[in-house]
Ligand binder design. Structure first.
Ligand SMILES: Cc1cc2nc3c(=O)[nH]c(=O)nc-3n(C[C@H](O)[C@H](O)[C@H](O)COP(=O)(O)O)c2cc1C
Length: 180
């Protein structure tokens, strides 16, 4: 869009788009071509410990090390993250498909991590998976609305390796997908 003397030229009417109608089928096809790892996002606030499987996760900075995760904006998880100001990203290893599937389903009870081996991370006490490949304890730096999700930006404040030689579990290998 060109600007002249502060006046936008060629600005469409408020409800018009400057782009032609989006190709929905192509969008879905290309998004399905994205490749993902599988992670457990864990969080704790006032004794309420929770964890979900998430694959919309990525490193977002080398220095300081930062990560982003997109979390359903209607979920309890995002509320807990906002309240706790900390969360953890646990990398599932290749033998943890069953656990990834379990944490990817809605919780039957309030304490979703019950029966799963966890330990408190050193800075915030957020539960981390004691049998994962490893984990990153993160401080919430920002949350940003992102359509039906919220993007959570976290700075890594501590990390642990539980299984040095393990291979990470990928979504393709597990045959698990995130769908509505
Ligand atoms: C393979 C897979 C990937 C998922 N990725 C995400 C994700 O990136 N973000 C998210 O908010 N939910 C994701 N989910 C959905 C959550 O895991 C699911 O909504 C959550 O486990 C529901 O549990 P709750 O009701 O106990 O919070 C994913 C689910 C699966 C199976």
């Amino acid at each position: 869009m060109r600007q002249r003397r502060g006046i936008a030229i060629g600005v469409p009417h408020a409800c018009e788009s400057i782009f032609p109608v989006m190709n929905e089928a192509a969008t879905q096809r290309v998004l399905k071509g994205f490749t993902y790892g599988l992670y457990a996002l864990t969080v704790k606030h006032e004794g309420d410990e929770h964890g979900i499987t998430a694959n919309w996760v990525s490193q977002a900075s080398f220095d300081p090390p930062m990560v982003v995760a997109a979390v359903d904006s209607t979920s309890r998880t995002i509320e807990l993250i906002r309240d706790a100001h900390h969360f953890a990203i646990n990398v599932f290893h290749s033998e943890q498909r069953e656990l990834a599937e379990k944490l990817g389903r809605p919780a039957a009870t309030a304490h979703k991590l019950k029966g799963i081996k966890t330990k408190p991370a050193p800075v915030s006490g957020v539960p981390v998976l004691a049998d994962a490949l490893g984990w990153l304890e993160c401080r919430v730096v920002a949350t940003l609305p992102s359509g039906d999700h919220a993007v959570v930006l976290g700075e890594v404040v501590e990390a642990g390796v539980e299984h040095e030689a393990a291979a990470p579990l990928t979504a393709a290998q597990a045959g698990l997908t995130y769908s509505r």
